[in-house]
Design a protein around this ligand. Structure first.
Ligand code: ZN
Length: 556
């Protein structure tokens, strides 16, 4: 579908003005949407119609009041379902989602099912070509232990095979790759990573965290020509999931330039808030300054993504006290304090937001310490990505510095499978404490971290936040139910939360005059269905700046 909504300079210039001021006289509606709107605007929570001009809402309210903005050429679109402000994902990996759509999907599979899938692929793939897959989780297996290269060798023929774990923090490889990457018993563990070894000291086929760089060094590098279709595939998927905005949690300059190309061609169907990652991107942007609004808020580059630690599943999350199920391990420190403090200072000086991946309680504390050292205030809107383990002592520090917790309700699925094993019965109360965060007054934005989680569907994330069950409905009684939030809190974390976390709350997050006409139409009112049914709601339509990017009725 060709999309025309992007080059709307006028709308940008007039951002934030009320409808009466837009054109000096009553503006004319290009489109009027008629149906049931839940605006999340406390002053006017419901509406029957919305008038849109140049991508923005010029009127919203009763049908009669909105009709006064109509002209003879106004298009009318009837909404079938219940419209909410456009759903956003505050932490997702766009290209990863596209890649996932292209490669073997191993989610929820047993080890045998995975081996069967690789065997089938090895028979049809061109000789010697790479077979890649991802999404497996040994937490589903019995016994729940890491797999080995030998198991893969038996089904992989002459193909290098690399299967990344669900969190992306470890990869299962076959012996072909061990040979290509020259990983032997004498290869030392790199800083911030581990090569798992068998009882005889030989590499066993699992690379943890930075040890995966050894694999990346030999994996054929995708060209921009490989990557653009992948990104487009993901963006299309987002529209089907009802997403109007995504925060891409860590990309380099090449990806940013793909986004710019898509934007310039009018082919970006979802707003993308980029977290720039890596030395090169940081150096470039520190020299050139932020790009807070490209193309009427379709694209923004004004934040840096940093990684302080790894993931809890692979025991890479950095803990103050050792892992309960691995008493010699504290996790990984992927960035040292002085480096972190240096980036925090440089970023603040040049007007960049800093978004630090921090999962373990030690990493979260280091992030907060560095922010405090750097004089961070609420105006900076710095973020802790994940904030999976927050101690009671650190909770108020989020509030006092206005640090945003960028959390993933969908993680309840994987955490329910093994978090208690990793951290034990007392520290488990620090894990994914969504309700505690909100009660303490912490600003929260919800995302899925997909594909490093069980699901990227926005409605699954809503369901998980409200039920404390994983996207697969387990555990049936929910995991630490006291951390449930209600539908309204969850929806605000999926709309206003991400808007604020991206400095876009004046333009996005609620449906009101002057804001962009971004909305998501659900099959039923999420406030009224039994919470277990939230997952079964469907997306009827996704609208960005007044244009449908997905419509269930015109799906081919
Ligand atoms: Zn992530």
């Amino acid at each position: 579908m060709r999309i025309r909504w992007l080059k709307i300079a006028l709308a940008t210039a007039l951002a934030g003005l009320g409808s009466g001021q837009l054109y000096g006289q009553s503006p004319k509606a290009e489109t009027i949407f008629v149906g049931n709107f839940l605006t999340l605007d406390p002053g006017h929570p419901q509406a029957e119609a919305m008038a849109v001009s140049a991508g923005r809402i010029i009127a919203i309210g009763s049908q009669a009041s909105v009709e006064s903005f109509a002209t003879s050429s106004t298009k009318r679109i009837k909404i079938d379902g219940v419209a909410l402000p456009g759903l956003a994902d505050a932490h997702i990996h766009v290209e990863g989602v596209g890649e996932e759509l292209e490669r073997l999907n191993l989610r929820g599979l047993s080890k045998q099912q995975i081996l069967d899938k690789v065997a089938a692929s090895a028979k049809t793939a061109p000789s010697g070509s790479w077979i890649t897959g991802g999404g497996w989780d040994q937490g589903f297996w019995h016994p729940a232990v890491f797999p080995t290269s030998k198991e893969l060798d038996s089904v992989s023929g002459d193909h290098p095979v690399a299967l990344s774990r669900i969190d992306g923090h470890s990869t299962w490889i076959n012996s072909k790759i061990l040979a290509l990457a020259k990983i032997t018993r004498s290869t030392p563990d790199p800083d911030g990573g581990r090569i798992l070894r068998d009882a005889a000291g030989e590499p066993s086929g699992m690379l943890i965290d930075k040890a995966q760089d050894l694999l990346r060094a030999v994996i054929p590098k995708p060209t921009p020509a490989d990557r653009e279709p992948r990104i487009r595939l993901a963006l299309q998927q987002f529209s089907e999931w009802g997403l109007t905005s995504v925060h891409d949690a860590g990309v380099g300059l090449e990806t940013i330039s793909i986004y710019k190309d898509l934007l310039n061609r009018g082919e970006l169907p979802v707003r993308v808030y980029v977290m720039a990652a890596g030395e090169a991107a940081r150096a470039y942007y520190l020299a050139h300054g932020p790009e807070p609004d490209l193309g009427s808020d379709m694209l923004a580059v004004r934040s840096f993504k940093l990684f302080l630690d790894g993931a809890l599943g692979s025991r890479g999350a950095e803990l103050t006290d050792p892992y309960t199920d691995a008493p010699q391990e504290h996790g990984l420190e992927l960035m040292k304090d002085p480096d972190l403090e240096r980036v925090v200072r440089a970023a603040r000086e040049k007007g960049f937001q800093v978004n630090t991946h921090a999962i373990g309680d030690r990493a979260v504390r280091r992030a907060l310490d560095a922010f405090q050292q750097g004089g961070v205030t609420a105006n900076d809107r710095f973020r802790v990505e994940h904030a999976s383990m927050v101690t009671n002592d650190d909770m108020p520090r989020f509030v006092s510095m206005g640090i945003i917790a960028s959390i993933q309700p969908v993680f309840v699925g994987e955490y329910s499978r093994w978090a208690e094993d990793r951290v034990g019965p007392s520290r488990v109360h620090w894990v994914l404490r969504t309700r505690d965060l909100l009660n303490a007054g912490v600003l929260a934005a919800a995302g899925t971290d997909y594909p490093a989680s069980d699901s990227g569907r926005a409605l699954d994330n809503l369901y998980c936040a409200v039920t404390r069950k994983g996207a697969d409905g387990k555990p049936p009684a929910g995991w630490y139910q006291d951390q449930r939030v209600d539908v309204d809190q969850a929806l605000r974390m999926m709309t206003q939360g991400p808007a604020f976390a991206a400095f876009q709350e004046k333009n996005l997050g609620i449906l009101s005059v002057g804001r962009y006409a971004d909305f998501t139409v659900l099959s039923a009112n999420p406030y009224q269905v039994p919470i277990d049914n939230l997952k079964t709601l469907t997306i009827q339509m996704t609208v960005v700046a007044g244009h449908a990017t997905f419509d269930v009725n015109s799906k081919h």
